[in-house]
Ligand binder design. Structure first.
Ligand code: GLN
Length: 307
């Protein structure tokens, strides 16, 4: 398959969509990004990569980091994790509070904010100290992407800390239901910090490769999780990775994927490749508008959806 040609066709066809949607501004530092950027990268099992646009440009991975914390927590706690967080779609926005109360502080899944905050809490309880917890998350991301230089954006981190009222509300609500072990402030700080990690589409597509290959990185042969666990992470990406638009994403794109309000999306084609796209303007569900469309074009052109 001529991946580069497919990407170049997408680059042309995506043009009219790049001015649609709105950059996330509830985290003020995110509102400052250049809204017109676009990049897309594919990494194959043999290490070949194909890219269009500003594919070395780093951006805030935001909720894409939830894939990496969920993977780590699943590896440590295995199915015991599901006593604290579910694995069903929420049908609600990523930062919704209502469902959490009537479901007794147990978030529907690890990809909505409440679920990711619980996941971070389990890691913090395990590693005991917030600096150590963040270091473990960051070094895992560096390992899977083969990129030692990956770090976080202090300005975005602090900006979210200053405006994180809703996430603090979610964390406090879970604490009141006894579903948060550690100190609320420390958990939320650590959660915001991993959301503020910055990566390029090249790095992100590389990082997801182990999930396309039953938990084993096909380039380095490093085994990160069991095939069973990789299957679970992919299933939750498919059903919950785009919040209340997960059905829409499955319908139009047809791949397990995860978005972030920074404008990034990652997705995998099982046993073949991983892919990442970046375009900061979001649709009404908080997912990259042009990014979603570009992935739809990709699966239409390549025939590589899981369905
Ligand atoms: N850090 C963001 C938040 O908690 C992540 C949300 C997202 O990317 N959907 O609101």
């Amino acid at each position: 398959m001529n991946y580069q040609k497919i990407l170049e066709e997408i680059e042309e066809e995506i043009e009219p969509f790049l001015c649609e949607g709105k950059v996330a501004d509830y985290i003020p530092a995110l509102a400052k990004v250049d809204a017109d950027q676009f990049a897309m990268s594919i990494t194959l099992f043999d290490g070949r990569t194909f890219s269009i646009g500003e594919s070395d440009q780093k951006f805030s991975i935001q909720s894409i980091s939830k894939v990496f914390t969920f993977t780590k927590a699943l590896k440590i706690f295995s199915s015991k994790l599901y006593t604290r967080v579910g694995k069903e779609p929420s049908g609600n926005p990523f930062n919704s509070l209502v469902q959490l109360e009537y479901e007794n502080g147990i978030p529907r899944n690890p990809f909505i904010n409440a679920g990711a905050i619980v996941t971070t809490d389990t890691l913090l309880a395990h590693y005991k100290e917030k600096a150590e917890t963040f270091d473990r998350i960051l070094s895992f991301i560096r390992d899977i992407s083969g990129s030692e230089g990956i770090t976080y954006d202090k300005e975005v981190w602090h900006s979210e800390l200053e405006h994180g009222f809703r996430n603090l509300a979610l964390a406090n609500m879970m604490k009141s239901f006894d579903n948060l072990e550690c100190d609320v402030q420390e958990v939320v700080e650590t959660y915001f910090k991993h959301c503020s990690i910055t990566m390029s589409t090249k790095e992100l597509s590389r990082a997801m490769l182990f999930l396309a290959n039953h938990g084993v990185d096909p380039i380095t042969n490093m085994k990160y999780v069991s095939p069973h666990q990789a299957k679970r992470v992919n299933a939750v990406m498919l059903t919950c990775g785009h919040y209340d638009a997960s059905g829409d994403f499955a319908f139009h794109v047809g791949l397990p994927g995860k978005s972030g309000v920074g404008g990034g999306i990652v997705a995998i084609v099982p046993r073949l490749l991983s892919i990442s796209v970046f375009s900061p303007r979001l649709n009404s569900w908080g997912n990259s508008l042009a990014g979603t469309k570009a992935l739809e074009l990709f699966t239409n052109k390549s025939g590589l959806s899981i369905f």
